[in-house]
Design a protein around this ligand. Sequence first.
Ligand code: C2E
Ligand code: MG
Ligand code: MG
Length: 548
Amino acid sequence: MLSGVAGFASFFFSLLAFLYITDLDGQIVASIVAGMFCLMVAYIASERPNGQSARALTALGDRLLAVEQGDFTSPTPRIVRDSLPKLAAAVDGLFAEVRSSIENAHALGMYDPVTSLPNRLHFRSEADKMIGTAPEGVMSAMLFVDLDRFKSVNDSLGHARGDQLLIMVANRLRVVVTAEICDTSDRRPLLARLAGDEFTILIPRISSAADAERVARRIALAIGEPFELHGHSIDIGASVGVAINPDHGNSIETLMRAADIAMYRAKEAGGSQYCLFSAALAAEHQVKVDTEIALREAVQRGEFVLALQPQLSLVTGEITGAEALLRWNHPREGLRQPNSFIPIAESTGIIAEIGEWVIVEAATMLADWQRDGVARRLAFNVSPRQLDRADFFPMLRAAFAARNVPLSLIELEFTESAAMECSEAVLKEIAALRDDGATIAIDDFGTGYSNIARLRAMPLDRVKLDPSLIADIHESEQARVVVQAVIQLVKGVGAEIVAEAVEHVAQADILRAMGCDTVQGFIFAHPMYEDDYLAWVRNAEAGDRSFA
Ligand code: C2E
Ligand code: MG
Ligand code: MG
């Protein structure tokens, strides 16, 4: 009996929250709520529970709680209809009312059919009114909520399950917002689903930014808890951006933009957290936007150039190849190193176009060298974002095939995280490239998270140690022990070792003694443009230099 009543009460209050936030027809809400309340009180007061009615109440509780899954259509269970017919009729009537209210609202094109929350259009017009009519000096807050891993749920469990998850997320948001914001008409928040996995909340009256931050923190915590969906425990998390009116804007556009920027920052910081917009964030964002535009133009204007850094065998001293490193000849700022623009290119996605330019440039160089009788391997870096593009592998193969360059002349460097996280389909493509002669390397190994089983299964030829591992091997016994262990591990999976950023003879000597195969570093050569590189190679091979 008690659990039945508890279930009933819990449904009752979440329904209240639902109606309160979605703000369906006020009169219907009032009559439904009053009717249900009377029914519940009258029932509990007049009925003495027996076994049958207790079971019926439990069944009713389960039926009511199915609302959390979006079920407004199933009929009341038979046991309820048989033993508590009045209650069953009242509940069926209630559902019919709710359904028709929702349908009316949808018919007006104002509500999202999945979650029954206001949609983007409704949100914009309502929020605009709320901001426009707020009394002078009143602060309000705009919150942007974006789920962190929704896409993978949609991809793995299908869209129907994805929709159910969105309903559950919307319900949690309703509960948090209702619990956190007091129940007065001028504080009534507006919660909406903008699109996909994006939700937004306007809180029309806050006393300080801390008020909004508290709600944002609670939302990140609530959505961070796993969701139980048909036997799956699903961990999605949410990133929340917060903007304050008037500090960060006083129109719906400026506030939404500010909250969006703050949300992206929360996501970049790992997700499952909130971020408050600030002037510093705005400035950083501007740099990012400007750089993105300049990068787009740079691709078209041909402002990129590849510098080549030789790699040498520690055993024979021979030049085994080179790594192509990107440089940007910025029209005003001069030469820019990749660390100043690659992260922005990756976060904006423009790395895909830049990466394509690198591949075509590498193919062109190798074709030129072939014509001059030089067959030397060239390695280039591949960003994880490039692998997101379905046409990456066909584009790469076409670039080399069109210039008659065999894949045995190229080496692809993937970051450790890309190697560990890429899909089976991508792994197959990498394996196919390797079967056709390409060399596969993992770059900057030792700073990410490696799964040893994955490392063993990976189509792999070489592992490049992260510079931080070897920086002080000539000075620190502990560093030597760690590097020796890593070398052993990499050799164990059958790959060669490349050490980069080698700056001291002592480092090279230790690495050679430890069984490292290849080195790349300022001690032997800095990255050079093509002509200098070719001249350097000619000199080295003419015996002017000795490295072994
Ligand atoms: P990386 O792929 O690990 O490249 C090695 C970096 O170490 C290069 O920096 C190189 O100049 C630097 N280096 C080489 N020898 C030494 C040394 O002895 N001491 C020190 N301190 N540094 C040394 P760079 O050219 O600034 O490139 C930085 C990173 O930018 C690269 O690290 C790579 O992750 C990324 N990058 C460069 N070109 C591309 C590209 O075409 N595409 C992508 N996606 N990333 C690139
Ligand atoms: Mg590299
Ligand atoms: Mg590296």
